[in-house]
Structure formats: structure tokens, C-alpha cells
Design a protein around this ligand. Structure first.
Ligand code: ZN
Length: 334
């Protein structure tokens, strides 16, 4: 399933996400040599409609067309088929960011491919790992980590002062690579926006020029911990108009990274439908009762929390989730 390259494939720098399949037929791992041998691993397009990473990488490599890279890089371009269609994943595909080592679905062919990529990078003594994503709601740019360690804070803090620490979902790229090296997931706002591409480009240049990932001295970092992932039960219709069983309030899109008070309404439900929201904790236990209450056909927050990745994109809500719920935590003294 995996293709490997040891030089830049012809046409890669000018391909659009939709035409990338003409250059790379399948998920591809591209190794480029730089002055420092231990490679920086950059992965993107694990979700086919999240294009900021691809365009930032193209700009980065254009800067080094005449020059040697300061450090070797290995670039993984994931779901080129979904990118062609402009979707997160094709209906018949699994989510390419749920099948890395640590996944519950390790028997899948795609999971073997991600294991292979991980093994190759371990052999190459991967130095650090950056996985680049977008989301569909109104979110600040932020970085996610899976370990509370200085080098992780440093790598994340170079991108944003807003850092999210998470354990679920399982099988994501950043948590697999956290076992090998400092590792982050970047969430770069809406896909393809110039500001996001430029932010990632500057970040990658900065990281590539570093000799060591030193201690994080930034005391302004805001650290959040995800406590639950919110899903809409399969059996219920939902939307943002008034015609579904669960009618989400359009203003929720503005709630990302806002501390919401207990009692904040999130949705109206059809009378006598007994519709509800699900919330899953790190152990995949359904804990919706801890977070939501139901009053006068409304779904309200039962406790104060901060959501992330709330979106009005109904396909994303169905394929992934409605949002994550977070709590602010203090950065530990390390
Ligand atoms: Zn993504």
C-alpha cells in the first residue's frame, strides 16, 4: 500500500490536493536528505480535505530547491484518494488518523501500513514528529500533545501558546510517534487559508533550523486536557434548522475555546423523542450524564467546560464527532 521515495517526486511541488493522485498514486513516504541526519517527520493529508500541511510543505521545499535542508525530513502524504475527492475520507475508507500503532483496529491493512511507516521512522532515528491538520469550526491555531514532557511543550509552544493534551481517540499519529520522539499535532484552522499555510511554513522553518529541542521556558502556555468526545447517537437525525430530532444551536460554533457555564443550551430536541448526546471519556465509557442535562426539550451543559472543534459541518459531525470537551490544567513543574 505504501510507496517510498528518496528524492522529490516530479510534479510534487506544483500539485493541488485534488491533483496529487497524478503524482502519487498511493500514500507515500518521501525521504529527503539534510545536513543533520536524524529526520524530522512531517505527516499531512491523513484527512483528505485538510490541505494546509501540503501547501506549507510545498512552500518549504521550494525555499530549499537550491540549498541543502538543515535537517533530513521524511514526509508522509496520507490519504491521496480522499484528497482527490476533497473529503476527510471516502465512505469505504477508515479514518487515516485512527489506525496508527495503539489503534483498536490493528488488523486492518491500513493499520499495517501505518505500522510500517512508524517502523521505518524508528529505524531512521526520527528526531521529532509533526502531523498537520485543519478543522472546520472557528478555532484558534493550536497544538496537541500526548505526553507532558518538556520537549513536547517546546515543540508545541513554538506553534501556539494554546496546547491541548489528549489520550483519546486512540490510534492517532501523534500518540504513536510520542513513543519515539517529541511529537505534536497541529490544528491550523480552516483548510487552505493563506494565514494558516504561512504560519505552518514559518513554524517548519523554525523547527528545521533547531539543533536541539530544548526546555520550554514559555510561561504563557495555556494547557487544556480533553475530558470527553461528544457524539450524536447514530439513530437520531440532527441539524442546525428546526426540522431534525436534535437541532443544534448555530451559535455553538462560536463556543470553541470559550469557558462555558453550567446551564448553557446546546440544542433543542423534538418533543418526546428522548434524544440525547453521548460523551465518551478516555476509556471509551459513555459519560454523557456527567456533562448534559435535559430540560424543556433543551440539551444544556450540566457543568462548566470548554469545547474544541465544534463545527457546523454535519458530515464531519457524523464521521468524527460534534466536539471535544476540555478542562484547563496547570502546566506541571518538570
Ligand atoms: Zn484532521
Amino acid at each position: 500500500m505504501l510507496e517510498q521515495y528518496y528524492e522529490l517526486p516530479e510534479g510534487l511541488l506544483n500539485a493541488k490536493a485534488e491533483t496529487l493522485h497524478q503524482v502519487l498514486e498511493k500514500p507515500s513516504l518521501i525521504h529527503l536528505q539534510g545536513k543533520e541526519p536524524d529526520p524530522l517527520f512531517i505527516s499531512t493529508l491523513l484527512h483528505g480535505n485538510e490541505t494546509t500541511g501540503l501547501y506549507a510543505i510545498q512552500k518549504l521545499l521550494r525555499c530549499y530547491q537550491e540549498d541543502t535542508l538543515p535537517r533530513s525530513v521524511s514526509i508522509f502524504l496520507g490519504n491521496v484518494k480522499a484528497a482527490e475527492a476533497g473529503v476527510r475520507r471516502l465512505d469505504e475508507q477508515v479514518d487515516y488518523n485512527r489506525i496508527w500503532p495503539g489503534t483498536h483496529q490493528h488488523y486492518l491493512a491500513e493499520a499495517h501500513m501505518m505500522q510500517q511507516v512508524t517502523d521505518i521512522m524508528q529505524q531512521k532515528k526520527v528526531w521529532a514528529s509533526i502531523d498537520i491538520h485543519n478543522n472546520t469550526g472557528k478555532n484558534p491555531h493550536y497544538a496537541c500533545i500526548n505526553k507532558l514532557q518538556q520537549s513536547f511543550f517546546f515543540l508545541a509552544g513554538l506553534f501556539s501558546e494554546t496546547i491541548v493534551y489528549f489520550h483519546t481517540p486512540k490510534g492517532v499519529q501523534s500518540s504513536a510517534f510520542a513513543e519515539l520522539c517529541p511529537s505534536v499535532t497541529l490544528e491550523c484552522g480552516i483548510s487552505g487559508e493563506e494565514g494558516g499555510i504561512d504560519h505552518v511554513l514559518q513554524y517548519l522553518k523554525k523547527v528545521l533550523s533547531l539543533d536541539v529541542l530544548s526546555e520550554c521556558t514559555d510561561n504563557n502556555l495555556k494547557l487544556f486536557h480533553t475530558v470527553a468526545r461528544v457524539k450524536i447517537p447514530e439513530g437520531y437525525s440532527f441539524g442546525f434548522e428546526d426540522d431534525a430530532t436534535i437541532n443544534l444551536l448555530p451559535e455553538i460554533e462560536n463556543y470553541n475555546f470559550c469557558e462555558l457555564q453550567q446551564g448553557t443550551p446546546l440544542a433543542f430536541v423534538e418533543p418526546e423523542s428522548s434524544a440525547y448526546l453521548q460523551a465518551f471519556d478516555d476509556d471509551e465509557r459513555e459519560v454523557g450524564r456527567d456533562f448534559f442535562e435535559y430540560l424543556d426539550e433543551k440539551i444544556l451543559l450540566k457543568k462548566s467546560v470548554m469545547p474544541a472543534m465544534l463545527t457546523m459541518n454535519t458530515q464531519v459531525i457524523r464521521q468524527d464527532c460534534l466536539c471535544y470537551l476540555m478542562e484547563r490544567i496547570a502546566k506541571p513543574e518538570l
